[in-house]
Design a binder for this molecule. Structure first.
Ligand code: SAH
Length: 248
């Protein structure tokens, strides 16, 4: 039986999780267990993959280049993932890590970087963003990791936008209180939240968005927020009004 130590480390892995399954870990996860959190053979870790819930595992091998775990028992059943797509114009590189972590913690299920007229940074390291999302999911006890997609231009995204998903457009020019009460009709619906770049949306983009039937403009208060702050504010508004901060 593995020796559970006080704060059991959580690890995300892609493989299927079943009793007695042997999980092999690559160099980065082996390094993390061996040299960062200084674990040893026989210690316990928790493993999740976004499909099979969370499992208690015992470290059976721990080398420089690889490690191995054997699964013991399921500790948490898989929960239902939310379905909130976050359309976000990428911001400066140093804040992107923060953005991937906060989107994960606040329950976004997909992160879709959008290139708008005023987007400065369109070269994104998707692997790095995904690694940040995985780390956030491991640390804040999630059973899912948001899917991070490759950046696309806003006009292309909107041109073939699915008819069953509404867009909550964070509009810094919206009237105060707009969006505080009129999100209820979106409860249980597929939604996306759209946040612009540091430079905001240009007039044509904003007019196009406001003209769409599937788009609801919301205000995030009287102050102009940085895009990464707006992300947290918008997800807090949505989760508290129609999301998983409420029962059922
Ligand atoms: N440069 C713009 C602000 C852009 S802030 C200006 O000065 O007007 C980046 C993005 O965050 C905006 O495009 C918007 O999507 C969101 N945002 C920031 N503050 C907001 C607010 N008070 N209400 C709604 N959305 C906001």
């Amino acid at each position: 039986m593995p020796r559970p130590n006080q704060s059991v480390q959580r690890l995300y892995c892609e493989t299927d999780l079943t009793a007695q399954a042997l999980i092999s870990l690559g160099e980065s996860q082996a390094h993390y267990l061996r040299s960062v959190v200084r674990m040893s053979i026989g210690d316990a870790v928790l493993v999740f993959n976004g499909r099979d819930g969370e499992w208690l595992a015992e470290i059976t091998e721990l080398g420089k280049k690889r490690a191995a775990l054997v699964l013991q028992n399921q500790t948490r059943p898989q929960d239902e993932a939310g379905d909130i797509m976050l359309l976000l114009a990428p911001i400066k590189r140093d804040r992107l890590d923060y953005l991937a972590q906060k989107a994960t913690e606040m329950g976004a299920s997909h992160l879709l970087p959008v290139i708008t007229k005023r987007t400065q940074n369109s070269k994104l390291n998707i692997e790095r963003l995904q690694a940040n999302a995985i780390e956030a999911a491991e640390q804040c006890n999630l059973l899912h990791v948001p899917q991070i997609e490759a950046p696309r231009r806003l006009d292309q995204i909107l041109a073939d936008w699915p008819s069953d998903r509404s867009i909550i457009f964070c509009d810094e020019h919206a009237d105060l209180e707009q969006g505080l009460s009129d999100l209820q009709h979106l409860k249980g619906q597929k939604i996306a939240i759209l946040i612009g770049p540091e430079g905001g949306f240009d007039e044509a983009e904003r007019a196009g968005l406001l003209a769409r039937k599937d788009t609801v403009a919301v205000s995030l208060g009287p102050r102009i927020l940085r895009a990464d702050t707006a992300l947290v504010a918008a997800l807090a508004l949505v989760q508290s009004q129609i999301g998983d901060w409420r029962q059922g």
